[in-house]
Design a protein around this ligand. Structure first.
Ligand code: ZN
Ligand code: ZN
Length: 258
């Protein structure tokens, strides 16, 4: 059954309760890991997900809580003698930096027993991942303040939000965003489920957006420890009579797409 499994649900602040934000989108024939930040290999172990089960990885941006476990994860795959191709997806704006990071981490694609296929994703293109799974990436404003640094320092201002399309459903993953306006990035599409981060945007804006769009399922992630209590309180106050079902994700939480 198609599902979303949360591997980590914390913010950029390292926590003893949660690993950094990552989840797996599973269809009948493909498993896509979304982000691979610090500690991802251990987070997968903690959830009993063997890295061989992962067919592809999409990296939303180059903050360490979203990408810096990638080299280590690929080395785990190498050590366990993986042979199945691994697809890597990232925006074209970060692909060179990501390749450099892998190279200086001794990830040499020539020395792997599997093909590491790096797919440079253009904004707003429909990326067909497998029969039945595709996504569209659009740049958001999370890192927009780095716009002028790119030429000088090679710091990319690219961070993407994603719209996954599978099993007849549109699932909007905000990724890390710059603020409430980024919630409208895919307003030209119907949205069935939103996976929203709660560090850079207030929950009330997420709820307003969902009400306006007629979305009745919200999964919250990227949760800082210090916000957890107030978020839970808000959700318990809301639940009576609310047309929207909102869940605070936790590591290991599986949500079946029906
Ligand atoms: Zn983050
Ligand atoms: Zn970030």
């Amino acid at each position: 059954m198609p599902e979303i499994k949360f591997i980590g649900t914390s913010s950029g602040k390292t926590s003893l309760k949660r690993f950094h934000s990552a989840f797996i989108v599973s269809t009948n024939n493909y498993r896509m890991l979304v982000d691979a930040g610090d500690g991802i290999s251990k987070a997968l172990l903690a959830q009993n997900v063997h890295h061989d089960e992962i067919d592809g990885i999409v990296i939303t941006h180059l903050h360490p809580d979203h990408f810096s476990g990638l080299a280590s994860l690929i080395i785990q795959m190498k050590m366990s003698r993986r042979t199945k191709q691994l697809d890597l997806f990232c925006s074209e704006d970060i692909s060179e930096n990501l390749k450099t990071y892998l190279k200086i981490s001794y990830v040499d694609s020539e020395k792997l027993d599997f093909e590491l296929k790096i797919n440079r994703v253009q904004s707003n293109f429909n990326v067909v991942v497998s029969p039945g799974l595709s996504f569209i990436a659009r740049k958001n404003t999370h890192l927009i303040h780095y716009e002028e640094e790119f030429d000088k320092e090679r710091l990319s201002s690219s961070c993407i939000s994603l719209l996954f399309q599978f099993d007849g459903k549109n699932i909007f993953y905000t990724g890390d965003i710059g603020g409430k306006n980024d919630l409208n990035l895919f307003q030209d599409y119907p949205i069935d489920i939103i996976i929203a981060e709660v560090t850079h945007v207030d929950l009330k804006y997420i709820i307003d957006f969902a009400l306006k769009k007629g979305i009745n399922k919200i999964l919250l992630t990227h949760i800082p420890d210090e916000l957890e209590k107030s978020l839970s309180r808000t959700l318990s106050e809301l639940s009576a009579g609310s047309p929207i079902d909102i869940m605070l994700a936790y590591d290991g939480m599986t949500y079946n797409i029906q």
